[in-house]
Design a protein around this ligand. Sequence first.
Ligand SMILES: Nc1ncnc2c1ncn2[C@@H]1O[C@H](COP(=O)(O)OP(=O)(O)O)[C@@H](O)[C@H]1O
Ligand SMILES: Cc1cn([C@H]2C[C@H](O)[C@@H](COP(=O)(O)OP(=O)(O)O)O2)c(=O)[nH]c1=O
Length: 906
Amino acid sequence: MNHVGSSPPASKPARSQGSRPAAGRPRTDVLGVFIVEVGAWLTMLSAAALSFAVAGAYGVTAFLAPDVMADIHTLTGEGGFASRPAVLLYAAVIAAGVAGMFVPQERLSARVSLRVALIAAVVITGLALTQLFTVSAILGVFVGLGVGAALAAVLSLVAGTRVKPWRSAGVAAAVMLFASYAAQLVGGTAGGHEALRWLLLVGSLVMLAGVIVLLTQTTDQGVGLPETGGHVLDRSTARPGTPVTFAWPCHLLFGVLGTVGILAQPSVADLGFGQAGMSVILCAVLLGWAVGFETGPDFAPGMTRTRLTSFSLIAAGVFTVSAGVLAELSGKAVLSGGVAFLVGLGVRSQRYRFSRRIGAVVGMAVATLITAVGFTAEIPLSSVASWNILPADLAYVLIGTVAFIGGVVSLFTFGPTGISGIGVDVIHAFRRPAASGEVAAASATTAAGAFAAGADTPVGAADAAEAPNDSVAGGGAQSLAAALGTTPGAAGSVGPDAPGGLFIAMEGGDGTGKSTQIHLLADALRDQGHGEVVTTREPGGTAAGTLLRSVVLDGDGITPRAEALVFAADRSHHVASLVRPIVERGGIVITDRYIDSSRAYQAAGRDLGDDEIAALSTWATEGMRPDLTIILDANPAVTRQRTTVRGDENHLDALDNDFHSTVRRSFLDYAAAAPDRYVVVDAGHDIDTVAADVLRAVEQRIAQRSAGADPQQHAAGADVQQHASEDPVTVAQPASTGPPHAETSPEHSAVELSDAEHSDAEHSNAEDSVTVAQPTAGLAAAASDDPATELRPAPGAGHTPGARPVADDDEETRVVRRADPTAQQNHPPGPQTPPPPPVVEGSEAPTTVQPAVPSTSGAGRAGFTPSRQTSRERLRAQAEIERQARERLRAQHGHDRRGPDAPGRR
Ligand SMILES: Nc1ncnc2c1ncn2[C@@H]1O[C@H](COP(=O)(O)OP(=O)(O)O)[C@@H](O)[C@H]1O
Ligand SMILES: Cc1cn([C@H]2C[C@H](O)[C@@H](COP(=O)(O)OP(=O)(O)O)O2)c(=O)[nH]c1=O
């Protein structure tokens, strides 16, 4: 397994995991794909419209002379046009074409794909030529099948082509509009139908040409196929979206889009507008969708995204009903375009964890069925006016009503906040949420600065409180950059590659799923638009590390101390050559194991001193600590099964259950000791559930920063958080942020995303807590029960809340005060006067090293490490750490002469 992989640069769209082409596929040019898509849309639309017309006028099986086309319009206008077979055939052609989109892409090899596409394009062209001489409804279905096959084949070559289908569909609809209007100008209203046969032929030829382009531009080199689609969530100046597991309002929205799309043909036929009318509505729909989708990220920037989706659904419902009531072409077109705009807006607000095709296809199917019923009625409105309900109108009205009701329901139920905070959402809907970046930037300087920023910016910290979940979600690039506070107030201009990145460590026992999860997490973050996302591992994240890895893991292993040193050596090189440079230039690094593994395996599992192990790694990494450590926690019995199935056990994997239980307990203890920097995820669930929890934890971490409450500044953990929570700016309390039931509930915590998260309280407090992860009662108790992990506030800790530059943090963590038992006596613990720190600060920081260097900037604060030092001081402090670490190791070595077989080595 290769753990080191960097995402493409920000300019290139990120590729989703599912659509990644298999290695060895030939390179193709997207132009060919685009031409094929345009041809396919033109072919499918004209074939569907032709089948509609022929089946409605002459029946499903009729093969007619081409000159009867002119009669069709007459039949439509004068009666005798059967809408049921017409609609069914029309839907059948589209269904046959769309079916190709459901063919799993990865199944086809490039060579087979292109051959299938070529054959399909030739067959379609043949069928289109046939239609020039004998028009038929049923032939259209075969055309649809061919289009589906060709599309499936071609789309399997290039990822992302379906991301923005309105582009190719829009070109096709525009050609259709132009051609059918021209035909109607020349040949009267019936001329539109005449144009269909020619459009079908043109479409199939364009498609054939596209396939030929693909064939000629295929080479055998490279696997990095370009995408034609932009990344779906690559920018946003609005508040971030909420990760929702079941985006049912989005399905409904796409259902409505499918409805207005498919009803274009029958409704213009019902109203006798002529064939060009269908293209007018279609163009309006595609245009509306494009505009909605593109403006979605920036639209109503102060509104929570789930709310925007709900409002979009309500408005789409109203527009759809209105389109059914209005018997006038331009009005229908405008309303249909409006519906599509709302769909684009509403779905773009949410994460793409759902299939757009499913909603659209179900919407089309339902609309078709309703229309096929052929219901007509006349409802008198007044003595002079009546509402003539035609079959398509009924579909508009019924589906629109369902959408409206769904929208209202979703206002109350969709998204973690439900109805709460709606007032703020509505009032601040069109105000930009610049505050998150500003608060973060301001708070990086002083608490007072942060306070001022928060007070001035109601749509930031205050909104975070009102609608925590959307803030928590951290919608991609902006939130990370804003979170880091590196570009004050420039929320809109902050990109994924803003300086200062994120360092995430994935920890846990063997087989808990770390490798699996870091790849899923990396893909998810890339999908959100984060530019550089690198996955790596320890040991063996670098070339030198690979050698060190084999030293320590291959064979029967080495002595425990040598093992600890080699792991530290690997880590040192890993951080200096890979992790730190990437994080410093704004990337995200996710490492499979870090210092806590050494503490758990070498210190806890092997009875080496935790202090020494931690000091060694702190020295080795120059104090580089993760912004977030995710502990994947699972029963060793379960993980043992997984590693056995995986079949590449090393000598550590093979150690007994006691060892693995100790390791597991250690990880949990570390998390309990610093709940602000750890998240424990229950890894006993299925992969997707664990992945969702992991992603949520990372998003919460990003959002914590963006809200200006950087827990990294709260050095001493839970108690300090308690103090920090009194700060109105740095901490948006869950009490004020979530639904009433979620208020500071001790059972739910951002620390533990396990069973509680998967209970029926789906939108638990863990999701609701915006900026500060409250310690659970259990974890807090565990922390205080365990003297080794007892948490005390460091005097002065939390004085500089908010985002912090990575370098500053490094300085702080490099030099951490040792526990001083005498000091503790001098300052007995008590609620008012918490004792000085007995050191424990989390995983990497609990070094016992005391710097002998006098501090300048922090001199006035006894027991608190200066956050800024001159470089000379830093060097001296570091040298002192190094010296003490060596001394301790030497001293320890004198006492501990146990060999590999001694009792300490299990
Ligand atoms: N949540 C899960 N449920 C079931 N099997 C899993 C889960 N996560 C991972 N696995 C499987 O367990 C094995 C070990 O996973 P891996 O990611 O390699 O673990 P680690 O890196 O923590 O040792 C793999 O075969 C993987 O497919
Ligand atoms: C990073 C690190 C790993 N280890 C151990 C834990 C694992 O058993 C082994 C790494 O093996 P690896 O196969 O990479 O881990 P996993 O089985 O989780 O995929 O090294 C330490 O003992 N100390 C450390 O500091």
